[in-house]
Design a protein around this ligand. Sequence first.
Ligand code: ADP
Ligand code: MG
Length: 335
Amino acid sequence: MFKIRSKDLGIDLGTANTLVYVKGKGIMLREPSVVAIQTESNKILSIGHAAKEVLGRAPKSVAVVHPLKDGVIADYTSTTAMIKHFLTESNKKSLMGGKPFVMICVPSSITAVEQRAVTDAAREAGARDAYVIEEALAAAIGAGLPVWEPIGSMVVDIGGGTTEAAVISLGGIVTSNTIRVAGDEMDKAIINYARKRYNLMIGERTAESIKIEIGSAGDLKDEIRKAVRGRDMVTGLPKTIEISGSEISNTLSDSVNAIVDTVRLTLEETPPELAADIMDRGITLTGGGALLNNLDNKLNKKTGIPVFIAQDPLDCAALGIGKALDQIQLFKSKG
Ligand code: ADP
Ligand code: MG
């Protein structure tokens, strides 16, 4: 039988999505970081897409959990189970057997103890060995920025739980700031708005689709509207309302402003030579939040610096870990 020698894997363990990169094959798996658990027996019912499907639709006996919150492990047992499941799935897809060597990206703000929890979870899930790489660095590598050179590169990664703005030079993070405001916070703001303005209860998934379809960081040229279904809090019955893009952009403004402030703060903390590089080369946005309409324009207006959305922003961190697997000796000291 044809056998693949390398068993190196990269895992982008995100609060919203987990991606697995298999060396020599590319990204083999993209799944929501969601686990459905039977509450009484603690039995895991489904993981990933299948679990997200039941989010907001599950009976009381089933809890649908996000094992990671704000970029750190919120629930160790479900995190381990999720990593185990995804490793098995990608092994099947890529026809690899045996125990893989795993490199995982984590937010750079996490503590040594939390890092340890991540690598332990991977080992418990069957990894031969596990190392971590900072998420901002992985995202910058994946976005094709010249991270190894003595040139300042700025990446802003907007995920589900956290936004991180980081300046990188010579393969390391020079300054960075992380806030717990990103996609999830935007969804929450939409849920609150629908409740307060329309007495309408909507779920997480509906809020996310409103954000993706008509959400923006403001200044939309054409007004777009969307029919939204939920439960009327007064009558208790199902109800449909229409929401406009400008209502949603107002609703998202606190989150957007927090992201702008974090980028500005990080620029202020950047040494002048590197700041000059960033002026010339611009800021690169990665993570799913980079796709929010007009966020690039808003950041450009508020910083005076060119802003680019990375190609495939949702894939950047996983692709970056993939490239980093080839330079593994540079990272081994960090595990
Ligand atoms: P994480 O690394 O935390 O898992 P991701 O980089 O996978 O996060 O991004 C997920 C977030 O991006 C979610 O909050 C999702 O709603 C958001 N997102 C995805 N596509 C879009 C879009 N087109 N517009 C706005 N937000 C988006
Ligand atoms: Mg991420």
